[in-house]
Design a protein around this ligand. Structure first.
Ligand SMILES: N[C@@H](CCC(=O)N[C@@H](CS)C(=O)NCC(=O)O)C(=O)O
Length: 211
């Protein structure tokens, strides 16, 4: 059955796209043009009523939520060992970090990039300031973790958490204090960026910054 990823360059779809390439999963890529609001077209809303990306259609099932999709792809490809075995303490740690990405880091970015959503247009500056503080706190937290547990979030074992985190780190590139201002995080991201699938996802999405 055909696998189709609906995304848009440089968005939350990137981690899914990157993993599809890393895991060598044959797929079709549909890049929606946000400027033309293709993600709000009736045809796309029929697939994903939230009008957000990513959406992955896998074996006829419509999947959304980047972190959940990343976990599922890793489960389907145990040969790549991108997640510890289910039921283990290490697996619990992987869940903890993925939920931290989805529950703490992503909402802070949402507040940064869509500040009017949170408290209205009159509070945009305060919303962005709080979002920035939360993200900088997140980078400090990750730095401290890597200083005792690195080189990857789960020690010597690369996992989907690292793909998710490096995508999220990338989103801060134009912020006042980008994530790779922290030297340990720069080294961490560089390790992930050196993977061939990273260059390929950039090529396919037409991205050139934050190499
Ligand atoms: N929780 C969702 C968030 C998806 C999301 O917010 N995607 C953004 C791009 S990074 C989007 O589609 N924005 C378009 C919009 O809000 O209209 C996920 O992780 O998949």
């Amino acid at each position: 059955m055909r696998t189709t990823l609906y995304g848009s360059p440089s968005t939350a779809a990137l981690v899914v796209h990157w993993l599809l390439l890393e895991l060598q999963i044959e797929h079709e890529l549909v890049l929606l043009d946000f400027d033309k609001r293709e993600h709000k077209d009736a045809a796309y809303l029929a697939l994903n009523p939230a009008g957000l990306v990513p959406t992955l259609v896998l074996d006829g099932q419509v999947l959304t939520e980047a972190a959940a999709i990343a976990l599922h792809l890793a489960d389907r490809h145990p040969e790549a060992a991108l997640l510890p075995a289910p039921g283990t303490a290490d697996r619990a740690e992987a869940y903890r970090w993925m939920f931290w990405c989805a529950n703490t880091v992503q909402p802070a970015y949402r507040a940064w990039f869509y500040p009017q959503e949170m408290a209205g247009p009159e509070h945009v500056d305060a919303t962005r300031q709080r979002a920035r503080e939360r993200l900088e706190g997140a980078w400090q937290h990750l730095t401290e973790h890597l200083s005792t547990r690195g080189p990857y979030v789960q020690g010597e074992s690369l996992s989907v958490v690292d793909f998710m985190l490096v995508m999220l780190m990338r989103w801060s590139r134009n912020m006042p204090t980008p994530s790779d201002t922290w030297p340990a995080l720069k080294a961490y991201a560089d390790r992930l960026k050196a993977r061939p699938a990273f260059a390929e996802v950039y090529r396919r999405e037409g991205i050139t910054d934050w190499r």
